[in-house]
Ligand binder design. Sequence first.
Ligand code: HEM
Length: 447
Amino acid sequence: MADRQPRGPTGIPVFGSSLDFAADPLGFMEECAREYGDFARIDTLNREVYLLTDPEGIEYVLTENYGNYRKPDLDGEGLDGLLGDGLLTSEGDLWRSQRKRIQPAFFREQLDRYAETMVGDARELAETWSVGDRIEGDSAMSQLTLRIIVETVLGAELGGMEREISEALIDVSGRFRSDDVRSLVPADVPTPRNVKYRRGERRLERVVRDIVRQHERGERTEDGGDMLSLLLRARDAGAVEIDDEQIRDEVLTMLLAGHDTTALTLTYSWYLLSENQEARRRFHAELDAVVGDSDPTVEDVQRLDYTERVVKEAMRLYPPAYTIYREANADDSVTGFHLPEGAIVSMPQWVVHRDPRWWDDPDGFRPERWSDEARDDASRPDYAYYPFGGGPRRCIGEEFATREAKFVLATIGRRFELEYAGRDEPELIPMVTLHPEPPVEFDVKAR
Ligand code: HEM
């Protein structure tokens, strides 16, 4: 049977739909899916993009026929320009051997060892707050998860670098805003935004060098099972593919991929708990019953079922990675549609996670939909929910992030309630990840 022909918006000459996309990226994706169905063709300034919102098609691209797809080659203009050949952006044999090499840093026993740091850092943060304070939730969560990733997976200390890193990240992220056509200007053109980007990149590189130096001077804080120790040992044992450049790329990748997404999940979890009285009550009741008067242990966290449902539901409504991109190596047929070689497929969690075909009350925060009985709903396809992606390139930090989110929610939540201080739902800015704007402020309340 001949492939079906996709439909899509007409756009304007040269730019295609790039300007409409930039005006409101999330709304544009929703509108395209609604108007043109599960496989919409969108012309942009430089590429043909297909918006795929059929869970079976997404599963096909990410898992069944994953070998036909690569991360889009953006000539260094995307994340690849910043992260080089790190695990998130590399391909082929290099990616395969690095994934295998890095995996032990995420084994269960290793995650158990990270628990103390996750709890200790969250406790220290909570100890700086008092009832009546107003805090900036997203920046507090970001600095916390940054500190945790450096002290665990990178086996180093942040020292006084927290502020420097978060400032550098703001400078770097600005370049990846999807809601601004200036992001289309190549990175080498010295616009004010690109100058900031380069400045941020240089600062991050200084931070990476400092982290590696801590290991080389024998000052590292971990037990040798962290990712950076594994890589440095392999380099020193003569592994040819691991040179200083490769180490820079992997450390920078973990620094970015390993904190921002979890910080956002935490921020949205606090926000949603604050806005939903019954969920907030059940969350605190679970902490009282399971964790009690001391900080959570590894065993406690395994029993925090309701808290885990809160985290899952927060990632459904506000998926930090709001879309996944792939580029087709060769022509393919996806759910009966022709996908040409070189085209980009965009698979937006933002749209699929709120699709009324799969979710009752799709915009409602209902952690109980993840209860054992509800989860067994066989009519919902697996890829109606994929906050961590899928297939061989699925997030390596999934278990790390889920545990970390539960540890942090429990450690802070047993001391305080956080009440959203804004009036409206935060505006969402799609950068590499989905960021709230303006900052999400909370009032610290007594339990
Ligand atoms: C809630 C938190 C997180 C979310 C929502 C998330 C989401 C994702 C997604 C969607 C992908 C797949 C990207 C693609 O297929 O193109 C991915 C990959 C990746 N994530 Fe995460 N992530 C989270 C936490 C973490 C953490 C904590 C780490 C590290 C400690 C991490 C490290 C990575 C890496 C290295 C990859 C690339 C894996 C590969 O290609 O082999 N992520 N993540």
